[in-house]
Write a protein that binds this ligand. Sequence first.
Ligand SMILES: [Zn+2]
Length: 262
Amino acid sequence: MAAQAGTRFLVRIEDLDRGRAREEFVKGIFEDLHWLGLTWEEPVLHQSSRMEAYQSALSRLQKKELLYPCFCSRAHISEEIARAIEAPHFDPLSAPPTGPDGPHYPGTCRHLDGQERSNRIASGAPYTLRLDVAKTAKQTGPLTLREKNETVAVDPFLFGDPVLARKDVPASYHLAVVVDDAFQNVDLVTRGEDLGPAAHIQRLLQTLLKLPQPAYAHHRLILDDDGRKFSKRDQAVTLRQMRADGAKAEDIRARLVVMGLP
Ligand SMILES: [Zn+2]
């Protein structure tokens, strides 16, 4: 986590969901990281200030005709998946595949024609923009990514057609980090192994947007006694709580090294 010779240490505030990233929380993050003994380059990049860059990346993907509007609500998608599974002629081989985030979006809106799409958008129906991964894979051809000095084949179909933008935010997590990693010249992405599969989608986007390819190093997660991931509500593992419980910064730094963080 410390910047080694010739490297830079950056902090990025991923506050796409602007409602949630209140200023006091951001201040708290800086305070906890300083306590841990970390220093970083200023100014810190806030994703909420980068909407124009995301919009421009999104427009480039739209020009390639790789995005389509999806008018389904979350409830509607769950209903459709349930219906497919409960159908009397249920065929497990043709059921929507399941990925790291659960069953894939069944692709309902991928088949709407241009007129229907324009009509629904003109009527003010809310929609998201999804990436057509089958079309994308045809354009990019087979890809690989670098994970801890190994070359891994990219699976473009891991998540189905992911959402890349919402009505009020022109970027999903995947699109924003890809644009920002390139903008900040990030050449090594170190993050939790729960985000390992996300690298596959991000590699697709880097290729489509002609951005440089960083290497990835996904590290183990701290799990609770039952082997489950701690949730954000689980205060016990926040730096803030560990400080309050009297933990020493050097002990926490040593623990991060054990987890495989530089
Ligand atoms: Zn849809």
